[in-house]
Structure formats: C-alpha cells, structure tokens
Design a protein around this ligand. Structure first.
Ligand code: NAD
Ligand code: UDP
Length: 340
C-alpha cells in the first residue's frame, strides 16, 4: 500500500535570517552519512538528515541535535517525500552484507524506489543529487584494478544481488533521469570504507576483526584469506563525495572513490592483531557465496576531476577506529557481545 507523501519542513537558519544552502542527506544517521552530516554542518550548510534507523543510530548524530542548521527526520525513502533542498546526498541503504541480506527485498526497494523518489524530487526542485553507489557494481571483477569503464561481473540471482543489482538499477535510473529530464546527477562508486561509528554488530570485516581482537577472541577470516580489499578511511571518502557534489553540471560520473592500497584479508587480520596488541588466534570459516576475490579502485578519474586522493594510511585510520572501539566496548554491552 502506498503511504502518504511526507512533507519535510526544516527551519531556516536562525542565525543568518536568510536562506542558506540546504542539503538533504538520506541515510544520514548511518556510519558514512553521519560523518558527512558533520562536515556539512561545520561548513554552515542547512542539513536535513533523513533516516529510517534500520542500521543507523540516533547516537551517531545526537551531538548535532540542537544546532540551528541541523534537523533530523524519520522517513523511509521507499515512500515519496517533499522537501525544499538544493542538494541531495542519497546514502540510504544498508551496506554490510549481513545487514542487506537480512531483508533483501526491502534492500532492493530501498535502492530502486529510493532512487526514483529522490530523483523525482531533485528533478522537480532542479537540485543536484549524488548517489552513493558502490564497488559492488563490479561484482567479482575479472579486471584489477577496476576502472569506471568496467561493466562488472555480477551474479544476478545470488544472495548479494539485492544489493549489487539494486545499486546497478539505481545507477541506470540516475542516468536515464539525466538524459530524459536533465536531472543534475553525480554518481560516486564507493569502495570499502571504515572508521569510527561503524556498528559493533555491523558484520563487516573491519569492525568484526577489531572487536574480536580487543575481546581476545578468535579472529575470523572467511576462506583462505587470499581475497583482497582496499580500505579507505571515512574522512577521505567524505571529502571525495563533497568534492564530487561541488563539480559543475555535466560532470556526472560514475567516479570511483576508494583507496588503491590493496591488501589480502589474511594480511589485514595480521595488521589488526598487531595494532591492537592482541594475542587472538586467527581462524578460518567458509567463504560466503559470491564473495568477490579481489577489489581495488582505479582512481585516475577522481584524481583528474576532483583533485582527490586518499590521505590517511591504513595503519593510521585503523588506529583511530581501534581507539573508538576500545571506548565502545566499555560503553556498550552489545559491542562486548558482538561477533560472539
Ligand atoms: P550504514 O548501514 O551505516 O548506513 C546506511 C543508512 O541508511 C543507515 O542509517 C540506515 O538506517 C539508512 N537506511 C537504510 N535503508 C533506508 C531506507 N529505506 N530509508 C531511509 N534510510 C535508510 O552504511 P554505510 O556504510 O554508512 O553506507 C552508506 C551508503 O554508502 C550506502 O548507500 C552504501 O551502499 C554506500 N556505500 C558504503 C560503503 C562502505 O564501505 N561504507 C561502500 C560502498 C557504498
Ligand atoms: N570477512 C572476513 N571476516 C569477517 C567478515 C568478512 O574474513 O568477519 C571477509 C569477507 O568474506 C570479504 C572481506 O572480508 O572477503 C570483506 O568483507 P566485508 O563484509 O567487510 O565487505 P565486502 O565483502 O562487501 O567487501
């Protein structure tokens, strides 16, 4: 059943008494979205953070509540909405394989209907819209590193398809809206990003291994650990998204945003263990179905168009994330229990 359209009313800046630039961040209470909200609020923009709190948390943005240029809206992007904004960052979608597979049909609806609703809004308002797309567009890639020109190698019926194909369909919608309606689109293909505010029970490898190491539990590597990923610190990813949004109309992407520092998961586990000072054993579990064998972004286009490249080395970013989880383990019983 179609729900009634939500009208979102956000206050104008009390401080300046005139209309400031307004950004809508969907999925703004999630890991990446909350860091993006921080940056936009600090820059003085009026920020509307919209979330259905499925994987996001109120406490990721609670420090922003009360700021005159920040407002929080509980809404599911599957349902249409009306809001007066100048820019839309569409980040609403669970990103962890555990989270997106928990309700795969709603994951697809979030990507596809969410994109449709927000593209319609952007078209009606003639505002810019940025899609948080993903390296999963490339599936289990047959070329490495992956340039944006690579069409990908995706299993359309497997357990990851709700996410991969949902995001691929969203990209198709973005480009069709641009061609048909002149919608002002930007598409970022984000590669594995990590940092503080990932949930303890998120299920992704960075948070899982750090918590296991801090608890002194066995650290679980899926498969033989020779599969690779390239990890980008959250501040770098957010900077890339903001720079892409700031590009002139006509620069649409897709643009890879990620760190080309490719590591095997086995080596990554050793780095985490060394940085935490843990004496955990590293154990192996079966590789999940359709788990990509390797992943590394080609970021030549981001360098050229955005003058962007990652600045935080893996060991430095991981040290910050480990500090965060040390505190979380004391503060949150659920983190102590996570990955038990
Ligand atoms: P996250 O799960 O922490 O954040 C997603 C946010 O979207 C959560 O706050 C969640 O409650 C919200 N959400 C989910 N479905 C929604 C819906 N139907 N309506 C409204 N809100 C909804 O994940 P994240 O890592 O912060 O990822 C954010 C975005 O970036 C996602 O779109 C993801 O696909 C994309 N991305 C992330 C990574 C990464 O490594 N973190 C990589 C590639 C792409
Ligand atoms: N992985 C792992 N241990 C874990 C969680 C994940 O070895 O506790 C592996 C997973 O099989 C994959 C890689 O780490 O090969 C990255 O997984 P993640 O879920 O973080 O992201 P994605 O697969 O979406 O890149």
């Amino acid at each position: 059943m179609q729900k009634a359209m939500t009208h979102v009313f956000a206050p104008y800046s009390v401080k300046s008494y005139h209309r400031t630039h307004r950004a809508l961040v969907t999925g703004g209470a999630g890991f990446l979205g909350s860091h993006l909200c921080d940056r936009l609020v600090e820059s003085g923009q009026q920020v509307i953070c919209l979330d259905n709190f499925s994987t996001g948390r109120h406490r990721n943005v609670e420090h922003l509540i009360g700021r005159p240029n920040f407002s929080l809206v509980n809404h599911d992007v599957v349902d249409p909405l009306l809001v007066d904004v100048d820019e839309i960052y569409n980040l609403a979608c669970p990103a962890s394989p555990t989270a997106y597979a928990a309700d795969p049909i709603h994951t697809t609806k979030t990507s596809v209907l969410g994109a449709l609703n927000l593209l319609q809004l952007a078209t009606d308002r003639n505002c810019k819209i940025l899609q948080a797309s993903t390296s999963e567009i490339y599936g289990d890639p047959l070329v490495n590193p992956q340039p944006e020109s690579y069409w990908g190698h995706v299993d359309p019926t497997g357990p990851r398809a709700c996410y991969d194909e949902g995001k691929r369909c969203a990209e198709a919608l973005f480009f069709d809206f641009a061609r048909r309606h002149g919608t002002r689109i930007k598409v970022a293909r984000i590669f594995n990003t990590y940092g503080p505010r990932m949930r303890g029970d998120d299920g992704r490898v960075t948070s899982n291994l750090i918590i296991e190491a801090l608890r002194g539990a066995d650290m679980t590597v899926y498969g033989d650990g020779t599969q690779t990923r390239s990890f980008c610190y959250v501040d770098d990813t957010v900077e890339g998204l903001i720079r892409l949004m700031a590009t002139p109309d006509g620069i649409e992407g897709p643009v890879n945003i990620g760190n080309p520092d490719e590591r095997t998961i086995g080596d990554f586990a050793l780095v985490v263990r060394a940085l935490t000072g843990s004496r955990s054993d590293i154990v192996h579990r079966p590789l999940p179905v359709d788990d990509p064998r390797r992943r590394r972004p080609d970021i030549a286009l981001a360098r050229q168009l955005l003058g962007w490249e990652p600045t935080v080395p893996l060991e430095e970013g991981l040290a910050r994330m480990i500090d965060y989880f040390r505190e979380e383990i004391v503060r949150e019983p659920s983190v102590r229990e996570a990955v038990a």
